[in-house]
Design a binder for this molecule. Structure first.
Ligand SMILES: O=P(O)(O)OP(=O)(O)OP(=O)(O)OC[C@H]1O[C@@H](n2cnc3c(O)ncnc32)[C@H](O)[C@@H]1O
Length: 176
């Protein structure tokens, strides 16, 4: 089936995430805000993946006229094995009611001062990014990626690749 022929239900109304789905699929997703079931600021890969899966399943359950539920979740993870640094990760889960796949977008090092404030003060990444960039709603736009790279990488582009990875098994004949 052609990638743009599926009907996608996206578990958020976030503009950067919606743009990512449009870029990845060429289709307009039906958007509905559903709970992630994890903390507002996930602090591990496990929690971030779980949030994406919860959203994908919840949105397809609430909008059953669609073919694939998509859950996009951003989070932070600490790498204690190789680098002892914090990373921003962007995950997409895709669920068609039978099969579940997860695509993982670019993982990006986050400045230590940002991660320390988020953990110590219990605030969210977007608060720090908006403060540093003198913006509002950075999480709906280029996000941390754009601030840190001077616009060379945007949140929608990172999620686009995660979405492509998660939906490819439903689209490509090689997986059938
Ligand atoms: O509207 P929803 O779909 O909930 O999207 P969100 O951006 O608020 O929430 P996420 O669960 O994807 O991300 C968890 C937190 O990390 C923040 N965050 C993640 N990636 C970010 C980025 O690239 N720039 C700024 N904040 C980011 C985000 O705003 C949240 O506070």
């Amino acid at each position: 089936m052609d990638i743009s022929q599926f009907r996608y239900a996206l578990g958020t109304t976030n503009a950067a995430k919606k743009l990512a789905v449009v870029q990845a699929t060429g289709a307009e997703p039906a958007c509905l805000s559903v709970p992630s079931g994890v903390s507002d600021q996930p602090l591990s890969e496990e929690e971030t993946v779980q949030g994406a899966i919860n959203r994908a399943k919840a949105v397809l359950a609430q909008m059953p006229g669609n073919d694939i539920g998509l859950g996009l979740e951003g989070g932070l993870m600490y790498d204690d094995r190789f680098t002892q640094q914090w990373y921003l990760i962007s995950i997409c889960a895709a669920w068609n009611g039978e099969s579940l796949y997860v695509g993982k977008g670019l993982s990006f090092p986050i400045p230590r001062q940002a991660a320390e404030r988020i953990v110590r003060e219990g605030i969210e990444l977007r608060t720090v990014i908006d403060e540093w960039g003198n913006t509002t709603g950075s999480n709906q736009q280029g996000g941390a990626y754009a601030l840190l790279t001077d616009g060379r990488i945007k949140r929608a582009d990172v999620f686009e690749q995660a979405v492509t990875a998660a939906i490819t098994p439903f689209v490509s004949a090689f997986y059938q």
